[in-house]
Design a protein around this ligand. Structure first.
Ligand code: NAG
Ligand code: NAG
Length: 495
């Protein structure tokens, strides 16, 4: 059980008012104050040793990478040292010659989404960075922000979480300030603090100056219009207006017929070819190679870059089994007549989801709810059957030997799932699985645990075969990365 301290309170506020009251003789006030702080101190020590999460293993591998040390104590991690490293990136020097420094051109998307899952933010960040690249302006990369309020902590379903996370703790590559490949001839991305140093009064644009003229336009048409718009702005400093709707929004990402015409451009962009995960995520994959796949024990950042053509993790089947809140979400999808997320609609993918007629919220027939649930919230039987179908369909050329389940499911339910998978393999005369691991089996620092969605996406990205949830952005990002690797379409499947 983790004891959680709310946002740090100044010492002044922690002192109850009677310590300052006139009823206490002046000479006792200091003593009482001292005792009070001693009690607070004792409580902190106590909570650290007795109330903090007892299992917070720190694998030696973690330190091999020279990463910031995990933050101790009972609160959610704040990643402060990660921010410090962002500030120290060499591009944050106004005196650098053009196209960097105070003469360079920049674009900041101050309207980047917040309070949504990492899957949603990641797709937006990638498209924003790609637009910056094509419009020849240095990209300004943002925190992944859950809560815009200034405190360090926020909460998710009653659990305390960091209010924001530095992008460099999730991603690496040109989107997160690493150098572009030299052929791209583009300066590295910078943080907002530096942007305001060299751009104290940027030109502010509202997304509707472009998007508003092109309702329902495809991603590629939007890109053309934006590039044209930005070319005609003389100011080297542009900011997309804070607090306004995203340039690339959920309607675009939810609609393959609008999104996918950008793929020829995106897939060859350095934003995609040199995409990778942060050293924090890579360290977690290395430290957990035994749970996921042995080949990960020597993973580096380039093992996830499409540019370096990494082979799939041989024999690994990754399953995205989203539980928890999805029990309601999957039913809501029916009432919206939802279809698969954008990148889950690549034409080469074998599993399609025919959209239902628009029933309207009150007229969804029960068999439609059943159909959605089979693809969105499959039960253990349905999972086991689907796994067998996919496994058998790829024999004899592909032999799957291990399973990794990306999940927020409960440990008991996962134990049942593991048993059912083994039992089914035995009954059907297939080889037993050599190993079945799940997100719950990982040993992670608290920073890694907080960012574990990124870690799971990295596994789905490189698994030999992936069965995902077509309605999920987490799956959609994984599918995008698998497409960037040009892995065979028939090894990317849905429930
Ligand atoms: C990003 O997060 C850090 C740490 O909380 C904070 O100091 C910084 O102001 C944030 N950046 C922006 C642009 O909000
Ligand atoms: C999967 O696709 C590959 C081509 O990428 C093809 O050679 C193979 O036969 C296909 N396998 C199945 C089981 O359809």
């Amino acid at each position: 059980m983790a004891q959680v301290l709310p946002r740090p309170v100044s010492a002044e506020k922690q002192v109850p008012s009677y310590f300052r009251s006139r009823h206490i003789p002046r000479r006792f006030r200091g003593l009482l104050l001292g005792l009070f702080f001693l009690a607070v101190f004792a409580f902190l020590i106590h909570s650290h040793y007795f109330l903090s999460d007892p299992v917070d293993p720190v694998d030696p591998v973690y330190f091999l990478h020279g990463l910031p040390k995990p933050e101790p104590g009972p609160n959610p991690p704040r990643f402060f040292e990660w921010y410090e490293r962002e500030k120290r990136l060499p591009q944050h020097n106004p005196d650098l010659p053009y196209p960097q420094g105070r003469d360079g051109s920049y674009i900041r998307f101050a309207n980047q989404g917040n309070s949504v899952g990492w899957g949603n933010i990641m797709q937006e960040v990638i498209l924003n960075a790609h637009l910056a690249y094509l419009s020849k302006r240095t990209y300004v990369f943002e925190n992944y922000t859950w809560d815009m309020t200034p405190g360090d902590f926020s909460n998710f379903q009653g659990k305390p979480i960091p209010a924001r996370v530095p992008l460099t703790s999730l991603l690496s590559g040109p989107t997160a300030g690493d150098p572009f490949p030299s052929s791209a001839d583009t300066p590295p991305a910078v943080i907002p603090e530096f942007f305001y140093t060299v751009c104290p009064t940027p030109t502010i644009i509202h997304r509707d100056e472009v998007n508003g003229l092109l309702p329902g336009a495809s991603a590629s048409s939007l890109f053309h219009a934006w590039i044209d718009k930005l070319e005609h702005i003389e100011d080297r400093c542009v900011e997309i207006q804070r607090g306004t709707w995203q340039v690339f929004d959920l309607w675009l990402f939810g609609d393959s017929s609008r999104l996918l015409d950008l793929w020829p451009s995106l897939s060859t962009s350095p934003i995609m070819t040199h995409f990778s995960w942060s050293p924090l995520i890579i360290a977690a994959l290395v430290a957990n190679a035994d749970v996921i796949h042995p080949a990960l024990s020597s993973a580096t950042s380039s093992s996830f870059m499409p540019h370096s053509n990494p082979a799939p993790l041989a024999g690994l089947l990754a399953l995205h089994v989203r539980r928890g809140d999805y029990i309601d979400h999957c039913v809501h999808l029916t009432t919206w007549s939802a279809v698969y997320m954008g990148f889950n609609g690549f034409p080469g993918l074998p599993d399609k989801f025919p959209p239902p007629p628009p029933y309207g919220p009150d007229n969804v027939p029960p068999e439609e709810v059943v159909r959605y649930n089979r693809h969105c919230f499959p039960d253990i039987n349905q999972i086991v059957t689907r796994v067998r179908e996919v496994r058998v369909s790829l024999l004899p050329t592909t032999s799957l030997t291990r399973v990794y389940v990306m999940t927020n499911g409960k440990p008991d339910w996962l134990r049942e799932l593991k048993d059912a998978l083994q039992e089914d393999a035995r009954r059907e005369g297939l080889d037993e699985w050599d190993h079945i691991g799940t997100s719950r089996d990982l040993r992670l620092t608290r920073e890694q645990r907080h960012n574990s969605q990124a870690l799971d996406m990295a596994v789905a990205q490189r698994a030999e075969v992936f069965i995902g949830n077509g309605f999920s952005t987490m799956t959609s990002n994984s599918v995008m990365l698998r497409a960037a690797h040009e892995y065979p379409w028939n090894k990317t499947r849905f429930w």
